[in-house]
Design a protein around this ligand. Structure first.
Ligand SMILES: [Zn+2]
Ligand SMILES: [Zn+2]
Length: 170
């Protein structure tokens, strides 16, 4: 799906890739984030005189996250500019970097799936915060403090009494 025909790229120097990766696609199956709707992939692919392939463009979609405080589901608008460099393996050490990938030798297609997947997985946390002042859940009874208070705080024993009790018991 996210593949570039390298022979065609050789003839045309530049290709546009415009894809929609469905939320249920194979590439998200193992560790990927959950999407609401497809991931929009708009990339421009260019080949350079030195045999590199440069991929530049945008990834956009709606990611389903959980609030780390109250565990409510939230939606994150993902919209990222991306830039990947694919270099032949003998050049890899010349240009080290986070976003330099190995360009397979004598391949007919360049598969962008893992680069796109990695980019999304590494930049998209599973948890977010639903709103600035989210009060979270009571650690004792699980009450969502955004909705209601609970009585747990009142029952919390005062640590000073514990200290006195310890003295009395000695
Ligand atoms: Zn929250
Ligand atoms: Zn409580």
């Amino acid at each position: 799906m996210l593949k570039v025909d390298l022979a065609k790229l050789g003839r045309e120097d530049s290709l546009a890739l415009d894809e929609r990766v469905p939320a249920e696609a194979e590439l998200w199956r193992e560790t990927g984030p959950k999407f609401e709707g497809p991931l929009i992939v708009e990339l421009q692919v260019r080949s350079t005189a030195s045999g590199q392939v440069l991929v530049q463009g945008r990834l956009a979609g709606r990611v389903l996250q959980q609030c780390r405080r109250c565990l409510e589901g939230i939606t994150l608008e993902l919209d990222r500019e991306v830039y990947f460099v694919f270099a032949p393996s003998n050049e890899l050490e010349v240009e080290p970097g986070d976003e330099v990938y190995e360009l397979p030798t004598r391949a007919r297609e360049l598969d962008l799936t893992s680069a796109v997947r990695e980019e999304v997985v590494l930049t998209t946390p599973v948890y977010g915060v639903c709103r600035e002042g989210c009060r979270g859940l009571c650690p004792r009874c699980g009450q969502n403090w955004n909705e209601n208070d609970c009585d747990c705080a009142l029952e919390e024993p005062d640590p000073r009494w514990d200290a006195l009790r310890a003295l009395n018991e000695e």
